[in-house]
Structure formats: C-alpha cells, structure tokens
Design a protein around this ligand. Sequence first.
Ligand code: AMP
Ligand code: GLY
Length: 413
Amino acid sequence: MNVLLIGGGGREHAIAKKIKESKRLEKFYSIPGNPGIASLSEVISDANDCESIIRAAKEKKIDLIVCGPEQPLVEGLADLARAENILIFGPSKKGANLEGSKIYSKEIMKKYGIPSSDFKSFNDYDSALNYLQKRMTYPLVIKADGLAAGKGVKIAGTKEEAMKIVKSFMVDRIFGKSGDSIVFEEFLIGEEMSALYITDGKTFLPLLPAKDYKRALDDDRGENTGGMGSYAPHHSLSKELQETIDKDIIKKIKLAFEKEGIDYKGVLYVGLMLTDKGPKVIEFNCRFGDPETQVIMPLLDCDLLEIMNATAKGKLEGHSLKWKNDYACCVVIASGGYPDSYKKGMPINFTINPFDFIHAGTKYDGKTIVTNGGRVLNAVALGSSKSGAIEAAYKLASKVNFEGGFFRKDIGK
Ligand code: AMP
Ligand code: GLY
C-alpha cells in the first residue's frame, strides 16, 4: 500500500514508526513531516491545504491517507478524500466537529445521556456576564467553542477572574472567532484518563488508556500545555472501568453516530475525569492524542496499517488489537518559555543518535537539527514495570540538550 501521513509532530512520528513496521507498506509519504518523519518517509513539501493534499494523494497514487491533526479534519479533508474515492483514516467534518465545536460536543453528550459536566453556552457577551453576576459557585471552567491549540480552556477561581477571561475571549478575541461563543462548565474533580478508540463508527477497538500530564511544571503547576509527558497503561485501568466506559459512553456515542448520520472512521479520543460518581467525559477529540500516542504506539503488538485500512473501509468488525505486556513512558522536552512565547532555531546537541528520540518541533537547518516548536523532542522508553519505563525515559532525556530546553521531572509519579 502507498500511504500518505498528514502532520508534523511527535504524534505523527510515533504513528510513522508503527506504520513503517507493516509488511503491507510500499511507498510512504508525509506532509509536512519533520526530520524524524523524514527519516522514515518521503516528505511532500508543496502541499499545505486540503485541496493540495488531495492533489498530491492522486499524483502519488496513495491507497490510504492517515490524518494526524484535527485541523484538516475539521476543515473537511476526509469528506474531500472520500468524494475522490481515496481511503482516509480520519472522521468526516461532521464527526470532527465533536472536537471543532465544544458546544456541539456538549449538546450531543446531553442529547444521548453521556455523563459529562453540566454546562451553559453563550454567543453574546452581555448574556454571559449576566450569568456570571448571578452565579455563586466557583471554580468555573470556561471554554472557547472553537479550536484554540489546546489553550482555550481556563479555570476561573472567582467571579472577577471569570469576567476577565470572558472579556479576553469574547471582546479582546484572543482566539479570534473560536472564542466568539463560549461554554461554562461545572468543575469536575478526579483523575484524568485518555481513553482512545479506533472506530469505523460501528466497531470500537479500545487502545490502552494513557495518562497525560497537561501542566507545564512539576506537581501540576504552571499553565495548561498540549501535554508534557505520558505513560500507559493508565494505573486506573480495570475490567470494571472498561465495562462502565463501554456501557455509559461508547454505546451512546455509537448511537449518536447512527442517529445523527455521522460518518466516523478514525480515532475517537475520549478525555475522561474519573469522578467519585463514575467516569465523565471532559472532551471528545477527533484524532490520536499527543503525547498519548507516543506511549500507545510502541506497546501495540499488531499491524497498525492493517487496522487503519480496515477502519477506512468501514470493515473493522472481526479485527482486534494485541498489546505488549510492558509499560511505556514519554517525557516531553520543551523550549524555554513554552507554552507562552519561546525561541526557535536553537541547535540541538544529541549525545546519541537523534532518531532514538521522537521528533516533534524540530527541523533541519542546513545540516544540523534545530528547535522549531514548543514541544521539541519526546524521550520514549518501554519497561517491564512502570518504574522501569520511567527510569529509561529519563535516562534517554538526559542524552540531549539545547539552550532553554526543559522537561518535567515527575512524569509517571
Ligand atoms: P479540554 O481541552 O476540554 O480537555 O480541557 C483541557 C484540560 O482542562 C483538561 O484536560 C482538564 O485538565 C481541564 N478541564 C476541562 N474541563 C474540565 C472540567 N469540566 N472540570 C475540571 N477540569 C476540566
Ligand atoms: N494530550 C491531549 C490531546 O492530545 O488533546
């Protein structure tokens, strides 16, 4: 099979490594890629929007497109591909809207009785302020409706803080039109778990649940980021929990896909809060998680391409996933200042093979590899115990440095 992988982060490098293991792989292309992905595939450099991706796919006789990030899916890449009879692993625009619009997602959850936090949505500043004036209980979770690169969720401890946040979203428009509508959510207490499913809309295959560390600094201090590290399998995973999630969430979202006419062939990422009243959905994403994928992929002990191909064809029934009996840990090495502003172009000093790391925000600058993003590299390692995987990942992280680079010291703890 000729495969085209869309995306250029750590998640996509981890997916690329797994696809590369497949016996069914013939030619392997990527858009836009990064040095890690380029070490495994041929980068197509002149495609930057959905139309040019489809053009490139036709030119290169691609049998399957695999889409990593949410943006092209929310823009309708899968619908375009299917209209051209090109197989794609990724949901339709309507399915991706579960991530593209928090309001849509909350409304679907409410309509189908999927456990989640209570919410109220607003598309008008005065009405939102009016609601805050009357509300007595804080903290309150405030979310921009649209995509905001993982930064559109704020937790307000007081009414005054909430009013400032709402003003920044709806009046100062820090996220542009993504913040013109907002959601207020009840604050949930519990442990978070990322439960991902590969699905063709009818069959749902659970991936090993992972734990993501979202805050920038140790002990969950600092700002929310895209994710500073992860491990799998999540320590809370049990047969009972899996059954509860299947019954209370997966069965219902499957019904929603059916009733709402949602064509969903790809990954459904279910962000959960494990509360004392059971698991509740914090968010749905329409793609693999980053950095969850970096620990899930190396534990997968079967042919990912085979599974993705069956998913894209809507023929996942009868397939199953196999897992190694190991643990995996990922430590994200980030640029100084991330998730706020940070410098790019810092030369990276590797004391081992650069491709022993998963590459996220890196690029070639002439002959050397330099930083090119907030999350730069991922140190991923396996172990037969969780502590062994953590130790090995930190040992790996110590083999690289660049000016301003930092990582959390408490991943997995
Ligand atoms: P989201 O992008 O919706 O996953 O939100 C980002 C992060 O904000 C989550 O991973 C949680 O840590 C936090 N969060 C979101 N919604 C809630 C909620 N209703 N209660 C508590 N924390 C939340
Ligand atoms: N790690 C969180 C996400 O991928 O949304």
